[in-house]
Design a protein around this ligand. Structure first.
Ligand code: AP5
Length: 206
């Protein structure tokens, strides 16, 4: 509708990216507490859909257990609806886009992001965090086999998205290894415009 289009036109969007267990959700909670963005987590929206018991939810559940990506129409549809429903104007979108085609479709159907935060974390650290969380979270994807598949999906499909935003000069890479307080200090510098975007490395570098 016209009202929806107006709301989205006025909105600003920040993407929060990083591997499974890098701390996206943890940092987003802090950002929201301090700056008041509207936080939308792609994974939470999908888990809500699963909980609703819908046919779509059932299909998503099977894909998530495999550590793969749900179809992009599904996640973009859920995100757009949640943006409109929230009535917010400053969005922090966590866990999206996870593939280049998602980024492209969101830009076309919704709008380009102003800023991208990308958390860097070694797999051993992320795995340890997820296995620990799995003891209490009840998340069916926090087991060793699914975690491995989530890492594979991240490397093959989501790392190119981070590289893409680096090329556009919109991406800020932040080490997610230290304690959450320390990570948040780096996040604040970025959100407050005190940090310079990281540039894509030259082609011959690892
Ligand atoms: P999603 O829910 O997004 O999962 P994820 O990316 O694997 O990320 P997590 O929520 O597991 O971790 P996080 O980075 O938020 O870390 P957290 O703060 O929780 O996606 C789940 C699935 O949904 C996907 O696999 C896919 O199937 C589907 N999906 C999602 N988005 C999609 C999309 N765009 N397209 C298609 N499909 C999609 O922290 C983890 C743990 O570590 C916590 O216990 C936390 O307390 C701890 N911790 C955090 N930071 C620190 C720190 N600095 N030091 C020590 N511990 C820490």
């Amino acid at each position: 509708s016209e009202a929806e289009a107006k709301l989205l036109e006025a909105a600003s969007v920040v993407f929060v990216l990083g591997g499974p267990g890098s701390g996206k959700g943890t940092q987003c909670e802090r950002i929201v507490a301090k700056y008041g963005h509207t936080h939308l987590s792609a994974g939470d929206l999908l888990r809500d859909e699963v909980k609703s018991g819908s046919e779509l939810g059932k299909q998503c559940e099977a894909i998530m257990k495999e550590g793969k990506l749900v179809p992009m129409e599904v996640i973009i549809g859920l995100l757009r609806a949640a943006m409109v429903r929230s009535g917010g104007s400053s969005f922090l979108i966590d866990g999206f886009p996870r593939a280049l085609d998602q980024a492209e479709m969101f830009e076309r159907m919704v709008k380009p992001a102003e800023l991208v935060l990308a958390f860097d974390c070694p797999e051993e650290v992320m795995e340890a965090r997820l296995l620990k969380r799995g003891e209490t979270s009840g998340r069916s994807d926090d087991n060793a086999a699914t975690i491995r598949k989530r890492f594979e999906t991240f490397v093959s499909q989501s790392m190119p998205v981070i590289a893409h935003y680096e090329q556009l000069g919109k991406c800020h890479r932040i080490s997610a290894i230290p304690a959450s307080d320390k990570v948040f200090e780096a996040v604040q510098a970025v959100v407050e415009g005190k940090a310079v975007a990281t540039l894509a490395p030259p082609p011959d570098e690892d």
